[in-house]
Design a binder for this molecule. Structure first.
Ligand SMILES: [Fe+2]
Ligand SMILES: [Fe+2]
Length: 267
């Protein structure tokens, strides 16, 4: 059984470095890859304005015509009371997706705060997540996604982008056996592994708001019974390269990532 998940992030309608060309490339790449699931991990807009959300809603409709798509808000989406447009035009701000045949479950959380760039998950969502995870069988791969960084990311400037309550979330994830975390936010692809948990960051798919030598990109996860591979796809050129791979197995009926190979360098 193979399941393909595309993680795209930081679309930023309304941003001066947003590119229609990159958006069209992205849609064509997604159509060609034909994933089972698309996750949009925040920052659909730039200022949270309604005209940006209207463009974002058309874009999300196009994604939904390709495959099952989930979106969560980022800090930019929460500017100017933008979350009311998010809920009306895009959908729920958190989600649960369980795919028993694919062997995984994904939880989406809203880490945004009105009008500030800082993010936090907050006690209500932490409690909700723990209850949701406790209902799950242990043999599923558990994946969580939210916009802000769980861990610091190299080459993102002075670190002020991790969640205010990242410690509480790390403890919850460790106790609940979360296997993969998918973040966006500062437009830098990255991969870390901590406590047998992979923390994967996605770049910006559709803008040239880029740091250093990074390029517009999105991530793709290929989930198999015994391994997971992560590819980085350049939205500008379509070039695809392997970013990481993992072997996975059941240990006493618990899903675990048992070895890893990280191939991304930070130059
Ligand atoms: Fe962003
Ligand atoms: Fe952001």
């Amino acid at each position: 059984m193979e399941k393909k998940i595309s993680q795209i992030s930081d679309i930023h309608f309304g941003e001066k470095n947003f590119s229609q060309h990159l958006k069209n490339n992205l849609l064509n790449q997604l159509k060609e890859e034909n994933p089972d699931l698309i996750i949009v991990s925040g920052d659909l807009t730039t200022e949270g304005y309604i005209h940006e959300y209207e463009q974002a809603a058309d874009f999300v409709d196009e994604l939904r015509s390709i495959t099952n798509t989930y979106t969560i808000p980022g800090n930019h989406d929460a500017r100017n009371v933008g979350l009311i447009h998010f809920e009306k035009l895009i959908g729920h701000r958190k989600f649960t997706h369980i795919d028993k045949s694919g062997g995984f479950a994904i939880f989406g959380l809203d880490s945004s705060e009105p009008d500030i760039n800082d993010g936090q998950i907050g006690i209500d969502q932490l409690n909700w997540l723990r209850k949701e995870m406790e209902k799950l069988p242990n043999d599923l791969c558990k994946i969580a996604t939210f916009h802000h960084h769980l861990l610091p990311i190299p080459q993102t400037g002075r670190e002020r982008n991790i969640l205010l309550d990242s410690g509480d979330l790390l403890r919850l994830f460790s106790e609940c056996g979360v296997d993969f975390v998918l973040n966006g936010h500062k437009h830098v692809p990255n991969v870390w592994m901590i406590e047998k948990m992979v923390v994967l960051n996605s770049g910006t798919a559709t803008t040239r708001k880029l740091r250093g030598n990074t390029f517009p990109s999105h991530n793709q996860l290929l989930i198999h019974d015994n391994d997971i591979r992560v590819d980085l796809i350049n939205t500008e050129t379509g070039a695809k390269r392997e970013m990481a791979n993992y072997s996975v197995r059941l240990e006493q009926e618990e899903y675990v990532v048992c070895s890893h190979n990280h191939l991304l360098n930070h130059d």
